[in-house]
Design a protein around this ligand. Structure first.
Ligand SMILES: NC(=O)C1=CN([C@@H]2O[C@H](COP(=O)(O)OP(=O)(O)OC[C@H]3O[C@@H](n4cnc5c(N)ncnc54)[C@H](O)[C@@H]3O)[C@@H](O)[C@H]2O)C=CC1
Ligand SMILES: O=C(O)C(=O)COP(=O)(O)O
Length: 471
């Protein structure tokens, strides 16, 4: 057994403090109050009994972090954290599996792209990953508009030239003569192709129309919400290649998915075959992910004509090309976007941790539960989406003769999520042994984890890791 997944003995004293920690009385109900994780043994640090522990990677907006009430949450940077986390909050940090304690129940990405989180692995082990759809879309869209202007007028080259002239004391003398070197074109009447018509792409398409551009686009997964935002006369193509044909500007606004397009991914989706359909002076705007573009194909394209590449991601081959403008990853770096994304992520985590609701998850089914009443114990169970699991869970509960007042079973792909509300007090005067019930349910074949959403905050989480019980 690894050090990370060591179980920690139940603490009876903690059990007694459950009622005050949760603000409800469960004094006679035996709720599992295990604490989880290797670094919780001393009960020190921020992960004290009665508080949920949130750990952050990257700098997260304080406005977002303020959504976690101090009396029930402790929030600290993951780096140097002394106690285990119950949920993780991050931006572009490339999260490694080794950074995810056995106690972690949820991960939220303050932003759109989750390619920096091992989502497939999290699905396998039953951890929901959340993102914040649309929260930073306006910021990115505005930088795309800036990219359109940078791509149509030689603003960056002009600024650099003026600096050089200034240093030589020649600015006034040469400025009018030299301006001929930096001529440009207008956006009005030109064609923009938007590849990926989600929160960012749809907004960019609409605003480009307002600039007098013709807009066409491609999105194999266009949803109704985005479709309603699109300009009415926008043309929709049936492939990337046809969407970029005849376009003067192309904006990439799709997610990065590992694997080549043939494998169902988007790695290098802008390669030689698609670039062959570009006009020789087309401008590619990539504010989505660097890996979407095949660098050497892009360099060949830039070498062979007057096309340009504008992106907020690094590129090993094009970084110093005269026709490339590469910025730091700035798309979502506005105060507004950072606040909104962090606030949305924090609210999403709270909904899941405190009530079991799931929204904005990229790997778990959306689940909206009704409020649970007084004396109702809520148990959530995450299991592999295989036949028979639900029946086995229900039968464990049935054997204890407890009244189920609400039961929800949702699934998405390989994962199923069950939430069961038990009216413990009515039937058993509070004498149900939830510790035993949780262990039985968790150790069922196919079950990955369970949570009792009552009692001490941060406790009551159990995992079935390859047949071993971890709490
Ligand atoms: N530069 C930056 O700071 C930021 C970059 N992003 C990037 O932009 C991407 C898009 O963000 P949102 O618009 O908010 O996401 P979104 O999920 O609202 O939209 C993405 C759209 O891309 C479409 N799509 C998926 N595969 C496609 C394909 N092969 N071809 C064409 N379209 C495809 C989807 O159907 C969806 O409509 C994110 O995944 C992220 O990688 C997002 C936010 C900030
Ligand atoms: O939301 C996204 O996908 C982004 O790329 C933004 O990344 P950031 O939060 O600025 O590190």
């Amino acid at each position: 057994m690894s050090a990370l997944i060591r179980s920690v003995a139940r603490n009876v004293a903690l059990r007694r403090s459950a009622a005050s920690a949760s603000g409800r009385s469960f004094s006679s109900i035996e709720v599992d109050h295990y604490t989880s994780g290797k670094r919780n043994e001393g009960q020190g640090g921020a992960s004290q009994p009665g508080k949920y522990a949130i750990q952050t990677f990257n700098k997260i907006s304080p406005i977002g972090l303020a959504r976690f009430p101090e009396d029930i949450y402790s929030v600290q940077p993951a780096e140097g954290a002394e106690s285990p986390a119950h949920a993780l909050l991050l931006r572009s940090h490339k999260l490694q599996e080794t950074e995810i304690d056995v106690s972690v129940r949820a991960i939220a990405r303050c932003g759109a792209g989750t390619n920096n989180v091992p989502v497939a692995r999290m699905t396998e082990i039953g951890i929901p990953v959340f993102n914040t759809p649309g929260a930073n879309a306006n910021a990115v869209k505005e930088l795309i508009l800036c990219g359109l202007f940078l791509g149509s007028r030689r603003v960056v080259d002009g600024i650099n030239h003026m600096k050089k002239l200034g240093q030589q004391g020649l600015a006034k003398e040469r400025v009018e003569k030299d301006k001929a070197m930096f001529g440009g074109r207008e956006l009005k009447g030109k064609t923009l192709a938007v590849v990926g018509l989600g929160h960012i792409g749809a907004g960019a398409a609409r605003d480009a129309t307002a600039l007098g551009m013709n807009v066409q686009g491609y999105d194999p997964g266009l949803n109704v919400e985005s479709a309603l935002k699109l300009p009415r006369d926008m043309k929709l193509a049936d492939s990337i290649a046809s969407s970029v044909t005849n376009a003067d500007y192309i904006s990439l606004n799709m997610p990065y998915i590992k694997g080549t397009p043939e494998e169902g991914g988007t790695h290098g989706i802008i390669g030689r075959d698609v670039l062959a359909h570009f006009k020789q002076d087309a401008v590619l705007l990539n504010f989505a992910r660097g890996e979407l573009v095949d660098s050497s194909a892009m360099k060949e394209f830039l070498d062979s004509g007057n096309g340009r590449y504008i992106s907020d991601f690094p590129d090993d081959e094009c970084w110093d090309h005269p026709n490339a403008i590469l910025l730091p990853h700035l798309g979502a770096s506005t105060e507004e976007a950072e606040d909104q994304a962090a606030a949305m992520a924090a609210d999403t985590i709270r909904e899941y941790i405190e009530r079991g609701n799931i929204r904005n998850s990229v790997n778990f089914p959306t689940t909206q539960l009704s409020e649970r009443g007084e004396d109702i114990i809520r148990i959530s169970v995450i299991n592999k989406n295989i036949p028979g699991c639900l029946a086995k869970i229900t039968s464990c509960i049935g054997e204890m003769d407890v009244n189920i007042v609400q039961q929800i079973n949702q699934s998405r792909g390989e994962i199923a999520y069950n939430v069961i509300d038990l009216d413990v007090k009515t039937d058993h005067e509070g004498k149900v042994n939830l510790t035993k019930l949780q262990r039985e349910i968790t150790m069922l074949d196919g079950v990955l984890s369970s949570r009792i959403l009552s009692g001490i905050r941060g406790a009551g989480y159990a995992r079935n890791i390859d047949g071993d019980y971890h709490v």
